[in-house]
Each structure stands twice: as structure tokens, then as C-alpha cells.
Design a protein around this ligand. Structure first.
Ligand SMILES: NC(=O)c1ccc[n+]([C@@H]2O[C@H](COP(=O)([O-])OP(=O)(O)OC[C@H]3O[C@@H](n4cnc5c(N)ncnc54)[C@H](OP(=O)(O)O)[C@@H]3O)[C@@H](O)[C@H]2O)c1
Length: 169
């Protein structure tokens, strides 16, 4: 199974190119729990915004930069190689899921292969140039939604699961 995890603002923004334009500790906790032990595929810009490999998971980072070789990271020069590394890891560990970790470029590369999305809808309207691709509602079914009110520390948000509707089903 190939799964996207993402937090998206109401205007589609997922980042400003440097990082995430909100602070949502609950989402980070959930992200950790959902991805632990699973291979992550991410773009070099997302990796750089985190600044270190995320522990307990194979971090596969896409970059065309031949100089880019941080310790603790599997670098892939194209999406096919990233996917192959992730599949080897799931075969080795028995993890049932490959996580597409972002950013926008990597979501686009994986788009047609993804069968599940864990989306945190963050109810804010930030500025930021990096946006999540448009979801075609005819192709996706919502299987879970959990709403959380905001407070002084965090905006209100919904945890949503989408499953791809297969044409044969
Ligand atoms: N809200 C969320 O859930 C979420 C999740 C993840 C990221 N983000 C945000 O998204 C932003 C980053 O997203 P982004 O779209 O700008 O960048 P990105 O997808 O993280 O990284 C893009 C980089 O990946 C490499 N790359 C892309 N396609 C490739 C290919 N086909 N083959 C080899 N390498 C390839 C290139 O690295 P080189 O330039 O090194 O060649 C490219 O510059 C940040 O603001 C981050 O905080 C948000």
C-alpha cells in the first residue's frame, strides 16, 4: 500500500518553501505514530526543512544533486529508485505501507500509485507558495473524519482518511 500523509490548509497550502505555516503538536504526534517503522519517501526540500533523518523509519530522500549525501538517509536520484528502495524495506520488515511524505513535488510523482491518504485539514488560510495537488472527489471515498476544536495553542483541524475508489469496485 502506498499512502500519502499531509497537512493541508483550507486554501490548499502545505508549506512556504521553508517549513509548515502552522504549529500543530497533535498532528506531529499522530504523524509519528502513523509512520513509525515504515519507509518514508520525501523530497530534498522537505528533508532540508526537517534537517535530520526521522528516527525509526527508512528516510528515502529524492535529489538530483550528486553532492547531496547526508548520513542516515537513503538518497534516490529518481522516483522509481525511491520506490524500489521502499519496496525492499517493506519486504525486509513486513511493514505494510510505504509513506509518501511530501512535499508537493513528491506528492505529484506518486499521485497515480497512491491508494490511501491521511489528511490533516488545518482550518487556517496561510500565505505560502507550496500547494497540495487537487483531489478529484470522484476517485476518493472518505472513510474516517475526526474533528478537533482549536485553542490558543493550535488551530482547529480534522483528521481525515481517504481511500481510492477502484474502477472495478
Ligand atoms: N504540510 C505538509 O504535510 C507538508 C509535508 C511535506 C512538506 N511540506 C512542505 O512542502 C515544502 C517543500 O515542498 P516542495 O514541493 O517545494 O519540495 P519537495 O517535494 O520537498 O522537494 C523537491 C526536491 O526534490 C527533488 N526532486 C523532485 N523531483 C525529483 C525527481 N523526479 N528526481 C530526483 N529528485 C527530485 C529535488 O531536489 P534537488 O533540488 O536536491 O535536486 C527537488 O528540488 C516545504 O515548505 C515543506 O515544509 C509540507
Amino acid at each position: 500500500m502506498i499512502t500519502i500523509v499531509v497537512a493541508v490548509a483550507d486554501n490548499g497550502v502545505i508549506g512556504d518553501g521553508q517549513g509548515m505555516p502552522w504549529h500543530l503538536p497533535e498532528d506531529l504526534k499522530r504523524l509519528k505514530a502513523m509512520t513509525m517503522g515504515k519507509p518514508l519517501i520525501m523530497g530534498r526540500k522537505t528533508y532540508s526543512s526537517i534537517g535530520r533523518p526521522l528516527p525509526g523509519r527508512l528516510n528515502i530522500v529524492l535529489s538530483r544533486d550528486q553532492e547531496f549525501a547526508p548520513e542516515g538517509v537513503t538518497v534516490a536520484r529518481n522516483f522509481e529508485d525511491a520506490l524500489e528502495a521502499a519496496r525492499r524495506e517493506t519486504a525486509r520488515t513486513g511493514a505494510g505501507e510505504i509513506i509518501i511524505f511530501g512535499g508537493a513535488k513528491i506528492y505529484e510523482l506518486a499521485w497515480d500509485l497512491v491508494t490511501r491518504m491521511y489528511i490533516t485539514e488545518v482550518h487556517v488560510l496561510p500565505t505560502g507558495a507550496v500547494r497540495f495537488p487537487r483531489i478529484n472527489p470522484a476517485q476518493w471515498r472518505q472513510t474516517a473524519r475526526e474533528s478537533h476544536l482549536g485553542d490558543e495553542n493550535a488551530p482547529s483541524h480534522d483528521f481525515v482518511t481517504l481511500e481510492r475508489i477502484h474502477p472495478s469496485s
